[in-house]
Structures are given as structure tokens and as C-alpha cells.
Design a protein around this ligand. Structure first.
Ligand code: AMP
Length: 585
């Protein structure tokens, strides 16, 4: 029996865990029986931390107690306060990871602590380290950080590894857009080029819709965001649903909440058509084409060279996106696997490779560095010296792991120190690239200008960078693991974060369904009209009383009555993506 290793897709909007079972990668359901866990964390009214759908329900009624989209904050100095407690993005991600770990453990009936975690290909060094830290805080041994499009290629390549083809993976998630060009041949899955847009995803489509609809009602989105967060959070919820409905229908209506965020029986409604939504989001769709062109250019390919275009990420369910991609490639994209699940499935294949599962042992996977990495240097033009130029040491789309050396020299006589400034990006001037870190090389022997220092960049399979500088004359080496915000926390800091996490109050897993139902009922109580509120109120009273009584049969009876009524008032949102839409799924 191989060791157990999980594959985790830690998404901006949803997360999922998968493992190889019976020779196939499979998603593992959470405590609510769902395969996707919303990446939302909240502190409930009783002070317990809640995650997933329960937190997402709470977010509508109590936006100040909840946070989502924290993946966009990974790797930067940022904290949020929820009900008086402070959380970093790593801690919030760790709470999601811990919940997925518990789901996998409940499924297998034994502790599991090894994991592969996926990140957008375009995640930089800080963001990757933050993901590693989140894993460690959640009590995981992170075996590999895997690029999301590479995971998707694995999920598809796993099925028919022998047949030779070029895949283009287009991944539009909640917050990021990644593109990879991949060769599949003789059991080898080789990423040739990756590119991406860090801040472009489905959430931008939702926000654009919310902004346009509010505009129609004479309100500015940004102003509303400041003045009435509850209104905006309810509005985003409405638009999220409307966006999904527009993936199946030509038009839909959105109900406009009042200033307090309530949607009464007499709420104003606005009709939105798919064509209109297409016009509003034209600039977002034009931005999607940029990474496609760049990835193809880097791979030295033209659009007709691509045999299969694969769509990944929930936002590729939008027909507008599918049409755009189809017209770019003059062929319909492939969507054999569910786009929300394919990354987790691919992570499970990689996890299987690490665990030496027999069903995947013949696969070989290679990936690339998605951006160039280098240092700041001065250039001499005649007698004039100009500072601030980027010297790439590892060029983008080099196969990883990779280690490259570049010699630099002192500029002045008797210069004892060189400052190595590390950057990521493609621009000629460092000012336009992302600064990753800096360290000093001291102890250069006295002498004329031109003393040599060898700078070695090593980029590992996780996409984590280490820089080493060696003074040629003395052979003294200084090693620097790049950490801009000290995000690669020390062992003591991790231990402290783990302890803080354990101290958080959480509900037992078996109570998850009841907690979720309570939150959903509270939300609908706030949203619906007087008659429905009265019915929900009395069903809730009965359910709460039953929970206090502790008799399982009574609890179940009240639970079912409440659930049936809530379902009759709104379609269960999870169903939206279950059935085939437009013949695609
Ligand atoms: P992911 O990060 O891959 O889970 O993608 C999440 C994004 O997909 C969110 O912005 C969702 O709003 C979006 N999404 C999921 N289902 C649909 C759908 N049926 N139509 C449009 N967008 C969707």
C-alpha cells in the first residue's frame, strides 16, 4: 500500500482535495457532501471559526465577520480582523487546508499529512512561500507546489499519455488567468511555456456586473462599498448568481438590495442580457488574449499548431469566454473534465507520482519557470554609467529545476561590498520588474575595479528561488533564500502560528451540516418577505430547540423540515453547475 498523499487545489473562490483511489484521481467530498469548498473563512456569532459554505452564508449577513479572496493577498503584508481576531492570508489559507485535510482523513479513516498544493503558474516567489507556510501552519508536509495549468495538463495527459499532441491550457479561475502550452508524448508531459495575468478572473466579471447594475440605479460601486458594505456584499451575491444563470440563459434579472442590504418583496429588479454582459466585460476578455499570445510566442508555436485547447477554472463556464477562445483557435475547446475539478484531479496525479502509485508510475512531468529571474546591474555607455538595468540569470520558460551562474564585477577600486538585488520580470529596467529581495556580499579583497563575484540562481521544482554569491578571489559563498517579507517564517514562528490555530474554536465536523443550515436559514430570514420570514422563524426555533435537546431523531425531523422549506424558497446554488449547460457538461 503506497503512502497517502493528497492533491489540493487551493483556489481563490473554491478549493478541493483529490487523491488516487482505485487507480483513478477522484475528488473527496467535504462534511456537507460537496466536492468544492468555498475559500471563505468567518467567525460565527458564537466565536467559532467556520469555513466553506457556512462561512459564505455568514458573509452575506455579517460581512465584517468573514473574508474571501485572501488568495489574492498571499505573499504580501496584509492582515484582517474578524470579530476581534487578527488573521494573515497564510492563516486563512491554512484554515481551508486544515478543513480539506480533515475531509481526506474522514474519507480514508487515517491521518494524512502529506500534500501537493497547486498555485497559479504566475505566483511569484513570495506567494509560493506563503503557500508553503500556509501548508505548514495547517500541519501539512507540502511535498510539492504545482502550477495549476500543469496540474490540468496532468489530469488530461494522464488519460492518454501515449498519444502525441500539443495542449493549450486556458485557466480562468476566480482571481487569476493562466495559460500553458504543453507537449504530451510517450508518457511525458512537458510544459513548454507558461504565461498569465495575475489579477484577472471570474470575480472581475461579477464585480463589473455589480458596478454596472448599481450605476443603472444611480449609485457608484466604490462609494457604495465604503458606505454600505452589506449592500455591496448582497449585490455581489446576486450578481454571482446572475452570472451563473447567464451561462445557461440569454437573460436574467437581478434584485437590487436596499441600503441595509435587504431584499424585500418590493425590491427593484434589473434585467441583464448575455449580450449586454458581453459588452460590459469586453475589456476583460481582451485581456485574456494577452497571455495566450505570449505563451504561444514563447513556445514558438502558432495557433493552428495547438491540437487541443483545454478550459480550466469555473469562469470558463461562461459561454462568452468559450466563444472567444473558440474563435481565436477556430475550434471548440475541450471540456471533458469538470473545469472546477480538473486542477485538484491533476494535483492528485502528482501526489500519486510522489506516493509511487502504480497507476501513474510511468508518467514523467516537466515544468518551466514562468518568468525571468535576475539582478540589478549598471551599464556603461561610453564614459557614462547608468544604473537600474535588469540582468536575467534564469530566463522565463526554462525547464525546472534549474541552476545558472552569472559573473558580475565590482565597479570601483577597493570596493569591499556588492549589493545583490533580486528581481523577477521581463522588463529591461528593474523599475518595471518585481523586486524579490536583496543581500550584501561583503569581504571582497582590496584591489582594482573588476573583482569577480559569481551569482548562482537555483530554482527548484516548487518554483522557489535560492541565490548564492561566491567571491572569486576567496571562494567565500553567501547563500540567500529569497524572502522579501520574511514570509518563509522561522520554525519558531510557524510553531506559534500552529498553536494559535489550534486555540481557535471550531465546531466538530459532524455538526457541519447543521451549522450550515442555521446560517443559510438566517440569511434567507434576512432576505425574504414577511410570510416566508415567519415560517423560517418558527422552523428555526424548532430546529434550535431540537439541537439543544440532543435527540438525533427529533433533530433530523426538524432539520429536514427546515431544509425542505429553504429549498422551496431558492434553488440550491450548488445545483447550478451540476447539470449539463449548453451541452458542455
Ligand atoms: P475557480 O477559482 O476555478 O473555482 O473559479 C471560480 C470562478 O468561476 C468564480 O469567479 C465563479 O463565479 C466562476 N464560476 C463558477 N461557475 C460559473 C458559471 N456557471 N458561470 C460563470 N462563472 C462561473
Amino acid at each position: 500500500m503506497p503512502d497517502l498523499v493528497m492533491g489540493i487545489d487551493l483556489g481563490t473562490t473554491n478549493s478541493a482535495v483529490a487523491m488516487i483511489t482505485e487507480d483513478e484521481p477522484r475528488l473527496i467530498s467535504n462534511a456537507l457532501g460537496e466536492r468544492l469548498t468555498p475559500s471563505v473563512v468567518g467567525v460565527d456569532l458564537d466565536g467559532h471559526v467556520v469555513v466553506g459554505r457556512t462561512a459564505r452564508e455568514l458573509m452575506v449577513t455579517h460581512p465584517d465577520r468573514c473574508v474571501s479572496q485572501f488568495k489574492r493577498k498571499m505573499g504580501i503584508e496584509w492582515k484582517t480582523r474578524l470579530a476581534g481576531q487578527s488573521f494573515t492570508p497564510e492563516e486563512l489559507s491554512a484554515l481551508i487546508l486544515r478543513s480539506l485535510k480533515q475531509d481526506a482523513e474522514a474519507f480514508h479513516g487515517e491521518p494524512i499529512d502529506r500534500a501537493v498544493i497547486t498555485v497559479p503558474a504566475y505566483f511569484n516567489d513570495d506567494q509560493r512561500k506563503a503557500t508553503l507556510t500556509a501548508g505548514r501552519i495547517a500541519g501539512l508536509k507540502v511535498e510539492r507546489i504545482l502550477n495549476e495549468p500543469t496540474a490540468a495538463a496532468l489530469a488530461y495527459g494522464f488519460r492518454d499519455p501515449g498519444s502525441e499532441r500539443v495542449l493549450l491550457i486556458f485557466d480562468l479561475g476566480g482571481g487569476t488567468c493562466d495559460v500553458s502550452v504543453v507537449d504530451v508524448m510517450d508518457g511525458t508531459i512537458e510544459v513548454r511555456a507558461s504565461s498569465g495575468e495575475g489579477i484577472l478572473g471570474g470575480e472581475d466579471f461579477t464585480r463589473t456586473m455589480a458596478a454596472r447594475v448599481l450605476e443603472r440605479c444611480g449609485q457608484g460601486f466604490e462609494r457604495a462599498e465604503m458606505q454600505s458594505p452589506t449592500l455591496v456584499s448582497r449585490m455581489l451575491w446576486e450578481c454571482e448568481t446572475a452570472k451563473r444563470v447567464l451561462s445557461r440563459h440569454d437573460s436574467t434579472t437581478v434584485r437590487i438590495p436596499d441600503r441595509s442590504g435587504r431584499i424585500g418583496d418590493d425590491a427593484r429588479t434589473e434585467t441583464i442580457t448575455r449580450a449586454e454582459f458581453g459588452q460590459w466585460t469586453e475589456s476583460l476578455m481582451a485581456r485574456m488574449e494577452v497571455p495566450i499570445r505570449r505563451a504561444l510566442g514563447d513556445a514558438g508555436l502558432k495557433r493552428p499548431d495547438v491540437n487541443e485547447v483545454i478550459l480550466v477554472g469555473g469562469a470558463t463556464r461562461m459561454p462568452l469566454v468559450v466563444e472567444r477562445i473558440a474563435s481565436m483557435f477556430s475550434k471548440p475547446p475541450l471540456c471533458g473534465l469538470n473545469p472546477d475539478e480538473v486542477v485538484a484531479l491533476g494535483a492528485a496525479v502528482q501526489a500519486g507520482l510522489i506516493a509511487r502509485e502504480a497507476s501513474v508510475e510511468d508518467l514523467v512531468v516537466t515544468d518551466v519557470a514562468p518568468f525571468s529571474l535576475g539582478i540589478n546591474v549598471a551599464k556603461t555607455f561610453g564614459l557614462e554609467r547608468r544604473e537600474g538595468y535588469f540582468l536575467p540569470i534564469i530566463h522565463r520558460n526554462t525547464t525546472i529545476p534549474v541552476s545558472r551562474v552569472q559573473s558580475i564585477q565590482t565597479l570601483h577600486p577597493n570596493q569591499r561590498t556588492i549589493s545583490i538585488q533580486i528581481y523577477q520580470g521581463e522588463a529591461r529596467k528593474i523599475a518595471d520588474n518585481l523586486r524579490l529581495g536583496e543581500f550584501d556580499v561583503n569581504g571582497i579583497p582590496l584591489g582594482p575595479a573588476g573583482q569577480l563575484v559569481d551569482v548562482r540562481f537555483t530554482y527548484d521544482l516548487n518554483g522557489v528561488l535560492e541565490v548564492e554569491a561566491t567571491v572569486s578571489a576567496t571562494r567565500r559563498t553567501i547563500t540567500h533564500v529569497v524572502t522579501r517579507h520574511a514570509r518563509g517564517l522561522s520554525a519558531a514562528e510557524i510553531a506559534k502560528a500552529v498553536k494559535a490555530m489550534q486555540a481557535l474554536k471550531t465546531h466538530p465536523r459532524e455538526e457541519a451540516e447543521n451549522r450550515f443550515l442555521l446560517r443559510r436559514a438566517e440569511r434567507l430570514f434576512g432576505e425574504l418577505g414577511a410570510d416566508a420570514r415567519q415560517i423560517i422563524g418558527s422552523l428555526l426555533d424548532g430546529f434550535e430547540e431540537a439541537l439543544e435537546g440532543g435527540d438525533p431523531a427529533v433533530i433530523e425531523r426538524h432539520r429536514q423540515a427546515l431544509k425542505d422549506y429553504l429549498d422551496s424558497q431558492e434553488p440550491s446554488e450548488g445545483d447550478e453547475n451540476e447539470e449539463p449547460s449548453d451541452g458542455r457538461w
